[in-house]
Write a protein of this length. Structure first.
Length: 272
């Protein structure tokens, strides 16, 4: 297999993707593109891994890398493997020391994914099946054994797209990450059209803003792109038992009292 040009930066590699109607290629690695919502399990044609991403979506990552041209993560954890296309893509684009994927479903036994994992050197790609993104014991075990005790410097959450498991993974992993590390939450607008699925995922953006306000430099930046939330770790250590700050809705009497106070203040200012 001829691999993509190793002299190219991650951004250049992403831009070098050759997009066809139903497949893309990077070097001579071909990915079959999954049509959104096409099937309940990833397809396996025995030749290409399946990537569940569109060209427009990949532009989110181009923007991320444009703003961080020197970002070179060495330990990457991706939540949500599906057909394995993104594990392969991120491993080729970033060339980390270790690329770990986790998925709640049983191993679908995708032949081209297995061949790829077997072909890369020194077990640099490790996959965990039947594990949930909100299982703190499992996430800590991955850090201890797969990353040899070091936290990932890039986490990509493309798993449940549900508020609570997504929030839990963040609460477990983000405090452990080092300054400058990046945590990505994909498809953060999921659930907007399906309110029956409980708290919509986009609530997490409000939680993050609230946390950035109250806990200062725990987060250094938050970027809200069309398809991804990008949260960069700041330098402040996280408190033990870290939880995202959630904005409490005030009771209606508090709100009415605040409104009356505001009206009084505005009235007296107008009379001055
Ligand atoms: C959108 S697919 C991932 C697509 C893949 N990253 C790609 O770009 O090709 C989402 C995956 O998340 C997995 N998933 C759903 N809930 C999960 C959970 N609680 N923990 C871990 N994985 C989960 C699903 O089984 C599914 O394979």
């Amino acid at each position: 297999m001829s691999l993509p040009d190793s002299s190219l930066s991650p951004l250049e590699l992403l831009r070098s993707l050759d997009w066809q109607a139903d497949e893309i290629t990077l070097g001579d690695i071909a990915f079959r593109l999954e049509v959104l919502g096409a099937s309940v399990s990833p397809s396996d044609n025995g030749e290409k891994v399946t990537l569940y991403k569109s060209r427009a979506f990949i532009r989110n990552y181009e923007r991320l890398l444009t703003s961080r041209p020197d970002f070179r993560p060495t330990l990457i954890l991706e939540l949500g493997i599906w057909g394995g296309g993104s594990v392969v893509l991120w491993n080729e684009v970033f060339r980390p020391d270790r690329m770990v994927g986790l998925d709640i479903m049983p191993d679908p036994g995708i032949v081209p994914l297995r061949s790829y994992v077997d072909s890369v050197t020194s077990a640099s790609v490790l996959l965990h099946w039947q594990g949930s993104q909100d299982d703190s014991d499992l996430l800590n075990q991955i850090i201890q054994s797969d990353f040899e005790g070091r936290p990932p410097d890039l986490v990509i959450d493309d798993a449940s797209h549900m508020y609570w498991p997504t929030r839990r993974s963040f609460e477990i992993l983000f405090p452990l990450m080092q300054e400058g590390s990046v945590y990505v939450i994909e498809d953060w607008r999921s659930g907007v059209d399906a309110p029956t699925h409980g708290t919509p995922l986009h609530q997490i953006a409000s939680d993050l803003l609230a946390m950035a306000t109250s806990r200062g430099s725990l987060i250094s930046t938050i970027s809200i792109l069309p398809g991804i939330l990008v949260i960069e770790r700041g330098r402040r250590p996280a408190p033990s038992g870290f939880r995202l700050t959630v904005t409490e809705q005030p009771s209606s009497s508090t709100t009415i009292g605040e409104m009356k106070g505001l009206v009084r203040r505005l009235g007296s200012r107008a009379r001055r």
